[in-house]
Design a protein around this ligand. Structure first.
Ligand code: ZN
Length: 119
């Protein structure tokens, strides 16, 4: 049970960072800015690191409900609940796995769930 709780914590701590980045992305699109400082989406609540990405690079991550952006080195924060899917010079893309993946998918505002379906 401890592992399941840890998975939930990892998932729930990462989701607000993703939501914040989605807002940053929307503002940047409005202003016509192409490169944006995004917040590290690792599950460490005290993490304040940022990394500059092209909007298209961030969108490539964000379009997957289980994928998260982390600055290089922070991919370990999620422990066994995420695996590395891409490594770049300044950032790493991780994908949540197992229970954590289920939770972040449920909490993804882009997910086609009944709660989020348009009328
Ligand atoms: Zn971090």
């Amino acid at each position: 049970m401890a592992a399941a709780r840890r998975a939930e914590l990892v998932a729930r701590n990462s989701v607000p960072f993703r939501a914040a980045n989605e807002k940053l992305k929307a503002v940047a699109e409005e202003l016509g800015v192409r490169r944006v400082l995004f917040i590290c989406e690792c599950p460490d609540k005290t993490c304040t690191r940022v990394v500059r990405l092209e909007l298209s690079e961030y969108e490539a991550i964000r379009s997957h409900p289980t994928r998260f952006l982390t600055v290089k080195g922070h991919e370990v924060s999620a422990g066994p609940h995420a695996r590395v899917v891409e490594e770049h010079d300044t950032y790493t893309v991780v994908a949540m796995v197992g229970e954590a993946a289920k939770i972040v998918t449920e909490l993804d505002p882009r997910s086609p769930s009944p709660r989020n379906a348009s009328p």
